[in-house]
Design a protein around this ligand. Structure first.
Ligand SMILES: NC(=O)c1ccc[n+]([C@@H]2O[C@H](COP(=O)([O-])OP(=O)(O)OC[C@H]3O[C@@H](n4cnc5c(N)ncnc54)[C@H](O)[C@@H]3O)[C@@H](O)[C@H]2O)c1
Ligand SMILES: CC(C)=CCC/C(C)=C/C=C/C(C)=C/C=C/C(C)=C/C=C/C=C(C)/C=C/C=C(C)/C=C/C=C(\C)CCC=C(C)C
Length: 597
């Protein structure tokens, strides 16, 4: 199936009117509405900011980022080394890493473009990021720039724009904190708000750096592969022991060792909530250490042309390696033969076979829908005891008149106005991303994009007649926009020229995630990352990748899960070294450790 060159792809919101009219192939009115004429070389930055694109090198033009190519003639008869279900960043990284090791991979994607939550859609001259927009691991230094490395592995590089402020927090008691790219500036700003806690602040973030530096010194591969793991322990014993020490710990406990001020502890909760959808007491310290430092080490960098270009580049790179990707391929079953996963069936009845099957669908979808209930392994039962689905999102994508934003507005904002206890409540906290502050080419001239999202449970949106559903979307969106108008941008409502609201039903439908979930979150206080499963599953030949695997939510996190998965699969199909005896011992040990969580 080829959608042809320059087909504009739409990611519609769920609603009667959107559904009845949606067909990406028919949207010829938007054909040619690609961000034409813009090349990375003469890319123009919004005049509000002096952001200079990092000249990494560009092999992609923005035009090609909009072109989507399906793969014709995928052969149902041939046997692949691996079939990957889903082309989220986790799935694509696993697929590309395997392909460069020499494996023949087939990616089956339900939607018409790659990327999942890191995809994009276009409307009226705007290019919107579907979900993720704060890119960790996308710098040109260190070992943890996994997005950069994943692209480089398949010969792709993208121009990126450094974001001077990771996020601007607007919190209760008029606490406003900008997380500057420069660590010292951030620490100065935070200690100026909490001078009595200076020592505690330095100690807490100092522990984060210990973790980050240990992670950054390792060569990252599968922690389920003993030859690699023991090799790392041998080469970097201190760093590995540091990580092993922090593995079962949570950020909130460590913060409480050093800090007492309740507002400061709540600030640490907000820092963690952004990356884990739970407070600091439930956020694994390794994850906190990773993100709270990477933003200062490599910095947050936004890809020119939008986040969707990353998945597009990976998919192109995959095809260059001789592997395949098939869009509109909705996997309905994983085929099991004598207890081993051997293939998949898609909704049009075709079957594909491979030595290994990798699912980038969530574990709830993989084990609840793609496999029959009797295949639920004990390990998955345990996972579902320790982790629950985080709520879904209400998202509002808007185009606004540019002059509504004050000069020097930051790209990312987090807003929780009056009451700390509302942090984790549905519709309590508001995330706001304004990517046009960095890349003005994403919107028509004189306009900015506002991508607003807030947590929202699917249950709030079920069983409503279409008219009530539409009315509720408008009502809730209006409230959220009103809050931003009051807190940040007076006159916001009257500046709106485009608005589209997506509900949890939209996310469920177009991201194929059970209940539209954002990802897994611990049911109670977890033992850090100890309970999070890696990539192998209780079913031989079946692997999982993505945010319901170690280390959890986040684009960089799922990229790491992709790297780990590819390494483990490569060892199992003979493309990497493997020791069956050590394998059995390590997998047994890791399984036992998880039962302690
Ligand atoms: N607002 C946000 O910023 C936001 C929102 C949600 C998720 N995220 C992040 O996105 C990342 C998720 O990445 P990921 O790699 O785990 O997955 P993903 O959910 O982004 O992608 C999974 C892909 O698999 C496809 N798929 C699922 N089931 C399928 C099936 N049966 N057949 C064929 N295709 C199928 C989906 O269409 C999707 O493209 C996480 O990092 C998460 O934190 C961010
Ligand atoms: C095995 C054993 C037992 C032991 C051994 C020891 C060792 C060696 C260990 C090791 C470990 C490791 C390597 C680990 C690793 C880890 C990692 C890499 C991690 C990572 C993580 C990441 C993350 C978590 C991320 C996240 C992020 C996110 C989620 C983001 C988000 C964002 C958003 C939401 C946006 C916002 C917006 C606004 C504000 C607007």
């Amino acid at each position: 199936m080829s959608l042809g060159c320059y087909q504009t792809v739409l990611f519609p919101t769920e609603g009667k009117s959107d559904f009845s009219s949606w067909n990406p192939l028919k949207n010829s009115q938007l054909k040619g509405n690609k961000i034409s004429g813009v090349k990375f070389s003469n890319f123009q930055v919004s005049q509000r900011r002096k952001c200079i694109p990092m000249k990494l090198k560009s092999l992609l033009s923005v035009d090609s980022a909009v072109e989507i190519e399906g793969k014709e003639g995928v052969n149902t008869g041939s046997k692949y080394d691996a079939i990957v279900i889903g082309s989220g960043i986790g799935g694509l990284v696993a697929a590309t890493q395997l392909a460069v090791k020499g494996a023949k991979v087939l990616v089956l994607e339900k939607y018409v473009i790659p990327g999942g939550s890191s995809g994009y859609y276009q409307r009226d001259g705007y290019t919107f990021d579907v979900g993720s927009s704060v890119m960790f691991g996308f710098s040109d230094k260190g070992n943890l720039n996994l997005i950069t490395q994943a692209l480089a592995a398949v010969g792709r590089e993208m121009d990126v724009i450094p974001d001077p402020t990771t996020v601007h927090f607007h919190l209760p008691n008029n606490l406003s904190v900008q997380v500057h790219r420069e660590y010292s500036e951030f620490i100065n700003e935070l200690t100026s708000k909490f001078p009595h806690e200076k020592e505690g602040i330095l100690k807490f973030y100092g522990e984060c750096w210990k973790i980050f530096n240990a992670l950054n010194s390792l060569q990252l591969k599968s922690l389920e592969e003993p030859i690699y793991l023991f090799g790392q322990f041998f080469q970097k014993p201190l760093e590995c022991l540091t990580l092993a020490y922090y593995l079962p710990q949570n950020a909130g406990d460590i913060a409480r060792k050093y800090m007492k001020d309740p507002d400061l502890l709540s600030f640490i909760d907000a820092e963690c909530f952004i990356v884990s959808t739970v407070n600091a007491l439930r956020t694994p310290m390794i994850n906190a250490g990773m993100v709270l430092c990477d933003r200062h080490f490599g910095g947050i960098n936004y890809p020119v042309g939008g986040v969707g270009g990353i998945a597009k580049s990976l998919a192109e790179g995959l095809i260059d390696q001789g592997s395949e990707i098939l869009y509109k391929a909705n996997v309905t079953n994983i085929i099991i033969d004598q207890g081993k996963a051997v293939g998949v069936k898609i909704s049009d009845g075709r079957e594909f076979f491979a030595q290994t099957i990798i699912s980038n669908a969530t574990r709830w979808d993989t084990f609840g829908k793609l496999l029959k209930a009797e295949h639920l392994p004990k390990e998955e039962e345990n996972f579902q005891k320790v982790y629950v689905k985080a709520p879904s999102f209400l998202s509002i994508h808007m185009g606004v008149k540019a002059d509504v934003l004050p000069p020097d507005t930051d790209c990312h904002h987090f807003v929780l106005e009056d009451d700390w206890t509302r942090l984790e409540e549905p519709y309590g906290s508001i995330f706001l991303s304004i990517p046009t502050v960095l890349d003005s080419s994403l919107a028509p001239k004189g306009r900015h994009i506002l991508h607003i999202f807030t947590t929202s449970p699917l249950e709030d949106w079920e069983g409503l007649p279409p008219k009530d559903y539409e009315a509720k979307k408008e009502l809730i969106a209006d409230e959220i926009i009103g809050r931003l108008e009051k807190k940040l941008f007076p006159g916001l409502k009257s500046s709106i020229v485009f608005k589209e609201v997506g509900t949890p039903k939209t996310h469920r439908r177009y991201l194929a995630r059970d209940m539209g979930t954002y990802g897994p979150m611990p049911r109670q206080i977890p033992k850090g990352l100890l309970g999070m499963p890696f990539n192998t599953t209780g079913i031989s030949g079946l692997y999982c990748v993505g945010d319901s695997c170690f280390p959890g939510q986040g684009v960089i996190a799922v990229a790491f899960s992709g790297v780990m998965c590819a390494h483990r699969v490569a060892a199992d199909i003979g493309l990497e070294k493997k020791s069956p005896i050590l394998d059995a011992a390590l997998l047994g040990l890791l399984g036992w450790l998880r039962t302690l969580a």
